[in-house]
Design a protein around this ligand. Structure first.
Ligand code: CU
Length: 147
């Protein structure tokens, strides 16, 4: 393979990879209201690396919020808020559920924490463009040699 082409290709991939380094996490604050048998809001969206602060308020009886996959729990009593702070270091869709038996539909009291990969779309697009250009260049060089 042509060394110059390979060097350009590697330099391009390195440049895009450096540009793709995840930015410092943001801080997200959610005030989650718990009542029989729901959370409001019930979907929390953050990016990987973000610092997440949840304040849990109960509007009727004691409720909890346990985040699957993160193994974190917080409890709120009426008039006594709970708070939870963590870094969203795992991507995916995690269910959170009430951790205090609060009534007949307690098992259905759930919400979702969505942690996105935190890599902007254009970074993937740029990486694909550089790889595509590299492959085209290599193919062109090989054809010229065979001709
Ligand atoms: Cu409950």
């Amino acid at each position: 393979m042509n060394r110059a082409v390979l060097q350009v290709l590697l330099a391009g991939v390195a440049a895009v990879a450096l540009g793709a380094a995840p930015p410092a996490g943001e801080e997200h604050f959610f005030e989650v209201r718990a009542r029989k048998f729901e959370y409001e809001p019930h979907v929390l969206r953050v990016n990987r690396g973000d610092r997440v602060r949840i304040r849990l308020l109960s509007e009727d009886v004691a409720h909890g919020l346990y985040v699957d996959g993160y193994d974190l729990n917080v409890v709120a009593n009426p008039g006594e808020d709970g708070s939870l702070t963590f870094t969203a270091d795992r991507t995916g869709r995690f269910i959170f559920r009430c951790s205090v038996t609060c009534g007949e539909f307690h098992p259905y009291m759930i919400g979702h924490l969505k942690v996105e990969p935190n890599t902007p779309f254009f970074t993937y697009a740029a990486l694909l463009l550089v790889l595509g250009a590299g492959i085209l260049a290599i193919t062109a060089v090989r054809r010229r040699r065979e001709a």
